[in-house]
Design a protein around this ligand. Structure first.
Ligand code: GAP
Length: 514
């Protein structure tokens, strides 16, 4: 774990050093849990967004996109339940004066028990070698059973407290489990209180015309309130979906782990409207579809798992998270929720407008049910960065840091490098750039030795380096160096667009999804 924390720290500083992510307001010492994306980060982020957008809107005839405003009528947040219930249970430690989410402290405790079980399993696997039967070991080993028993009991108690909204019980669990503040090391906890996560501001200029408005805490409500607009103007027939990418804001109590939990972040959400009674079928369809989207990136199938929610919102009849193995454990990257007809019904009630769909096949009107897929762009970005980062020892004692980014997502697809800064090589390299730049994000670099330039490109995950040398002037060939294998081959310039295009194409990635 300590080793993983170390790696995570290195990833955070790498992200800054190579223009991916900067702390916001850096020259003013930053602003808590707010970040800016740099010259490489914005490209990677845009590529992630494009992959999601095109997977939704190109591959599904019945999904269209919108871009709704961040400011919305304040009644929307009353209707959605956010004004009354978008709360986190917080607890303070009186010694460190730090604030924590009570539920997260308990979840961390559960994760610690899981780790202990995994350690026992790993030790036994090593001891027994090929003949090891993991399932049998988990069912029979006394120590594992003891840990599992403790875990199940804690889990049951935690789930009951959450479902009953019992804040006193949450505190009691923290005390009974002996959970200490990671900073002060003490158990000097305050009571658990609820804290609303929405940012509030005022709209209007004169005192009598101002109204309180919120920065949206999710993009989904912009879709719900546009359901009728899109359905009618697009003549959409159920089932159909509306997709949106946009900023969301939450005054997170515990903002930590870099861009994992931010106060300003970006979501990619899709609401899929279906007939009542068909929602669980569609829930399964979307679970599979979304997992396939993640896996197609090739970050490692074993790094994903589903995690069903401990506590279902009162309006949901199924909910799961897609978790990704970050250096700090399996964490939620995406949520898939069956939200029944709650949101549309609430907006019908609060707006007084009839929000129903006339189903021509059934010859009846009803309020559609909704399956939501909701993924954080920043968390997706973090999972891509974490799984791509590698410090490699090379032959001859040299080292390099390389980002094995999925090629279609890489901020720069190729670098054009004249071997030396003379003899007509820069001019020839520029000529090549002028051909490639219409199709690919290319960088030209003539400074330092070619070895150093390769390292710079490895560090930002550029899949290909094209080196122009004396032979290029004679026969119009270059060396094409692969980021991952570091192998170089001689390739005619005329073949470059096809070679790079094939390997880095977003379309090819989309085709994997069918
Ligand atoms: N409309 C449903 C919704 O907003 P959520 O589980 O609260 O559901 C969905 O959020 C996704 O948004 C999460 O899976 C996560 O990827 C991202 N997300 C939520 N809060 C975030 C935060 N503070 N910082 C970064 N990403 C966040």
């Amino acid at each position: 774990m300590a080793q993983n924390e170390d790696v995570f720290k290195k990833i955070v500083s790498h992200a800054k050093e190579y223009g991916f992510v900067f702390p916001s307001s850096d020259i003013y010492d930053g602003l808590g849990a707010v970040y800016d994306y740099g010259q490489n980060g914005v490209e990677l982020k845009n590529n992630i967004k494009r992959y999601w957008w095109e997977a939704m809107t190109l591959l599904h005839e019945n999904i269209v996109g919108i871009d709704s405003a961040i400011f919305m009528h304040p009644m929307i947040w009353k209707a959605s339940g956010h004004v009354d219930a978008f709360n986190d249970p917080l607890i303070d430690n009186r010694d460190s004066k730090k604030r924590y989410r009570a539920d997260v402290l308990i979840e961390d405790q559960l994760a610690k028990i899981d780790e202990k079980i995994d350690k026992e399993v790993a030790k036994a696997a090593k001891r027994f070698g090929e003949s090891f039967d993991e399932a049998m070991f988990r069912q029979t080993n006394p120590r594992v059973l003891e840990y599992q028993g403790k875990r199940d009991a804690l889990h049951a108690r935690f789930e009951a407290a959450l479902n009953a909204n019992d804040l006193a019980e949450l505190k009691q669990i923290i005390l009974d489990e002996g959970i200490v503040d990671p900073i002060s090391g003490t158990r000097n906890w305050t009571d658990v209180r609820q804290f609303n996560l929405m940012f509030k501001t005022q709209m209007g200029s004169s005192s009598d015309s101002t109204m309180d408005v919120y920065l949206r805490p999710e993009t989904a409500q912009g879709i719900f309130v546009n359901f009728l607009n899109v359905q009618k103007t697009g003549r959409m027939r159920l089932p159909f979906g509306i997709a949106q990418i946009g900023k969301a804001f939450r005054n997170e109590i515990v903002a930590r782990q870099f861009i994992f939990r931010m106060r300003e972040f970006e979501q990619m959400e899709m609401q899929f409207f279906v007939r009542p009674g068909e929602e669980l079928k569609w829930f399964d369809v979307w679970k599979k579809t979304r997992l396939a989207w993640h896996k197609a990136l090739g970050l490692g199938d074993e790094k994903y798992r589903f995690h069903d929610h401990e506590k279902l919102a009162h309006y949901a009849n199924a909910a799961t998270d897609i978790e990704f193995q970050m250096p700090f454990g399996f964490k939620e990257v995406e949520g898939i929720h069956s939200r029944t007809n709650f949101d549309l019904s609430q907006h019908e009630k609060f707006s007084g407008k009839k929000i129903q769909y006339f189903d021509p096949e059934l010859n009846e009107s009803y309020t559609p049910y909704v399956i939501e897929t909701s993924i954080g762009v920043d968390r997706m970005f973090l999972s891509v960065m974490c799984s791509s980062y590698e410090e490699q020892k090379l032959e001859g004692g040299d080292t390099r840091v390389v980002l094995h980014l999925p090629k279609a997502l890489a901020p720069v697809k190729c670098a054009v490098l004249p071997l030396v800064k003379k003899d007509g090589l820069p001019e020839k390299a520029r000529e090549i750039m002028n051909v490639l730049k219409f199709d690919f994000a290319c960088r030209y670099d003539e400074k330092d030795s070619v070895g150093k330039r390769y390292r710079r490109m490895d560090a930002i995950g550029t899949p290909y380096c094209i080196t122009v040398d004396g032979q290029t002037l004679d026969d119009n060939t270059v060396t094409l160096r692969d980021r991952d294998t570091m192998e170089q081959e001689r390739v005619p310039i005329a073949e470059l667009p096809a070679r790079i295009g094939e390997a880095c194409s977003l379309n090819n990635l989309l085709k994997k999804l069918g």
